[in-house]
Design a protein around this ligand. Structure first.
Ligand code: IMP
Length: 180
């Protein structure tokens, strides 16, 4: 895909690398949740492609729900002030929950979601994130399943955006500003 003017895209993780890592995560989740009622909660919008691929590698009778949040930050910085735009459709009581996120940066968003979901009576709550930027962490969040650790770079593609652009890139790419 052509980058917008003033921007360049550098592939950080190829579609192939991502697919093989997700297959591996799916296998682990399948083993860990044998005979356990499991709900996957995708955090919109960034996790939509990751979740869609991940569930197809989980060989269990799962269900799927979504939450959408807005963060009062700029397009490239998270403020940590989070508001729920779409809450869960169904009760999670009596179920094990796996929260599926695109990326953990400061950890503020997931810290909020983790507390919120834990207060809803699930049997257990675990977190699965495709990407982890550990250098930027402000609050510790338990990452039970992780795709890749990446350096402190702003990335787009495979569901991740900047101002709603580039979500449909098949690779995860570093976004380089060429006009700075
Ligand atoms: P946190 O609250 O700082 O951990 O930020 C988490 C959210 O910020 C993610 O769910 C993304 O929506 C967004 N975010 C953080 N880093 C990036 C990035 O490199 N590219 C795109 N979105 C990002």
């Amino acid at each position: 895909m052509q980058a917008a003017q003033g921007e360049r895209l550098e592939v950080l993780l190829s579609a192939q690398q991502i697919a093989s890592r997700i297959q591996n995560l799916g296998k682990r989740i399948t083993l860990d949740y044998q005979n356990k009622p499991l709900i996957l909660i995708g955090i919109l919008k960034g996790s939509f492609i990751f979740l869609a691929d991940l569930v197809r590698y989980i060989d269990l009778p799962i269900s799927v729900d979504f939450m959408a949040l807005s963060s009062y930050g700029s397009s490239t910085k998270s403020s940590g002030v989070v508001r729920i735009i779409k809450d869960l459709d169904h009760s999670i009581e009596g179920h094990h929950v796996l929260v599926v996120e695109d990326i953990v940066d400061t950890g503020l968003t997931l810290n909020y979601i983790y507390g919120h979901v834990k207060s809803r009576g699930a049997l257990s709550v675990k977190i699965c994130s495709l990407l982890d930027k550990p250098d930027r962490r402000q609050v510790a969040v338990p990452l039970h399943y992780k795709g890749f650790e990446i350096p402190d770079e702003f990335v787009v593609g495979y569901g991740l955006d900047v101002g709603e652009r580039y979500r449909n890139l098949p690779d995860v790419c570093k976004l380089v500003r060429t006009d700075a």
